[in-house]
Ligand binder design. Structure first.
Ligand SMILES: [Zn+2]
Length: 224
């Protein structure tokens, strides 16, 4: 587990931004969310997932299986704009003590939205985290709200679901000095075609590449 922990450790160097209406999202190109080009791709990801789950959960597999069975709307209730997101919330409850201990006392609300689109961009948004401003925090008793795309969720693998919950929690941060909640931005942003042309050409990308290599080593160790 030690090795895995270091591989999964998040960089602390991400840019942050204070402000009340800051949001952060995961987005993907239009079309079926996380579609795989081939069945082999899908099988590879699923295989990696089961290896990862075995290492990650470290005896807590029943907890994750239970989280995945939290109450879930099979159909979207007519006329509702938002629904409480049971499964992502249950996953977050497992992820926070393991990877986000600073969020132990954060009040986080998890909500489904039937769909999340990125206006004008023709892209599907998988989830969106935002920090509540003071008024909303008072009224909703929440420091952060995380929206999840109910329609896209159906098409994701178990690992992708856990990864999305983990990803959004990474956006929820705390100022070490003041203790104030704040948003944290991605520590790696780049176009895939630029990586295709120049490789890991800057520090954040090198760190990303290092993490990926470490993860591959861990997973190949697990399967042998
Ligand atoms: Zn994000």
């Amino acid at each position: 587990m030690e090795k895995k922990d270091s591989a999964m450790k998040k960089s602390e160097s991400g840019r942050t931004q204070n402000g009340d209406e800051v949001t952060a999202t995961i987005q993907i190109a239009d079309g079926p969310p996380m579609a795989f080009n081939t069945e082999e791709d899908r099988d590879r990801v699923e295989e990696q997932m089961s290896e990862w789950m075995q290492k990650f959960v470290d005896g807590a597999l029943p907890d994750f299986e239970k989280a995945m069975k939290a109450p879930h709307p099979a159909t979207w209730p007519d006329g509702e704009k938002y629904v409480r997101a049971g499964i992502p919330g249950a996953l977050a409850d497992l992820l926070i003590p393991k990877y986000h201990p600073h969020l132990t006392n954060a009040r986080i609300s998890y909500l489904w939205k039937q769909e999340l689109q990125i206006r004008g961009a023709g892209r599907v948004r998988l989830a969106k985290a935002s920090k509540c401003d003071a008024k909303l925090a008072f009224l909703a008793n929440s420091d952060f709200v995380i929206l999840f795309n109910w329609k896209a969720w159906e098409k994701l693998t178990a690992m992708q679901r856990v990864a999305i919950a983990d990803h959004e929690l990474c956006h929820c941060d705390q100022d070490l000095d003041s203790g104030a909640w704040k948003m944290r931005h991605h520590d790696v942003e780049e176009f895939s075609e630029i990586v295709g042309r120049y490789g890991l050409w800057k520090m954040d990308l090198m760190l990303f590449g290092h993490q990926l290599k470490q993860l591959e080593l861990d997973l190949s160790g697990a399967s042998s």
